[in-house]
Design a binder for this molecule. Structure first.
Ligand code: VGL
Ligand code: ZN
Length: 199
């Protein structure tokens, strides 16, 4: 029998309206996720957790604006407004998120020179966060995703879950997307093709 975990991705102030990288309707998923957490026996949260001056920030690249791209040693990287800086109020979980039940908080994006969308691997696709080992050791075989943003951290995480041999589903009602240059449609198609169950 499948053993399930709910992974709540980056429900942080900076990804909600009014935040540094606010996702439209980001706050609307908070009550939905609060209910979901009660239904799952195992809940993991992820938290985007960048160093000040992180290399994924446009402000770290003179002449570059947010949402432009640069080449990093590991490939193309979108540049973001400064967001989710370690210890800042923007990096805190949304104040209405009831996350008492979470058994693990996975932080990501804390290496100054590598961004991390996926909660399994950083954007160099080589540096693991340790989540796969944690899930395996606990006998978890199916992971369900909710959170922000659908087309970045949620999608990359769901694709990596499949790559690691877990079954994965994304609860679209409990996610909101950034949608940069068609990224929402592109990543949704990619997830479907990889075998992620989109609910
Ligand atoms: C995210 C862009 C930059 C996300 C994090 O949580 O989807 N997107 N950092
Ligand atoms: Zn980030």
């Amino acid at each position: 029998m499948a053993k399930d975990a709910l992974i709540v991705v980056d429900v942080q102030n900076d990804f909600c309206p009014g935040g540094a990288l606010g996702v439209d309707g980001g706050h609307e998923i908070v009550p939905i996720i609060n209910k979901l957490m009660q239904r799952f026996d195992r809940v993991v949260l992820t938290q985007d957790w960048h160093t000040p001056g992180h290399s994924s920030f446009a402000s770290s690249h003179p002449g570059k604006a947010p949402f432009e791209t640069v080449m990093m040693p590991y490939g193309e990287q979108v540049l973001w407004p400064d967001h989710c800086i370690q210890g800042s109020s923007g990096a805190e979980f949304h104040p209405d998120l009831v996350w008492t039940k979470a058994e693990l908080v996975i932080r990501k994006g804390f290496h100054p020179h590598i961004d991390s969308y996926s909660t399994f691997y950083e954007n160099d696709r080589k540096t693991p966060t340790g989540l796969a080992g944690y899930l395996r050791e606990r006998g978890i075989t199916n992971v369900t995703f909710a959170g922000l943003a659908t087309d970045y951290c949620v999608a990359y995480s769901a694709l990596d879950a499949i790559a690691h041999g877990f079954t994965a589903e994304v609860l679209l009602d409990a996610c909101r997307g950034i949608d940069l240059g068609g990224s929402l449609a592109a990543m949704t198609a990619k997830m479907r093709k990889a075998g992620v169950v989109l609910v």
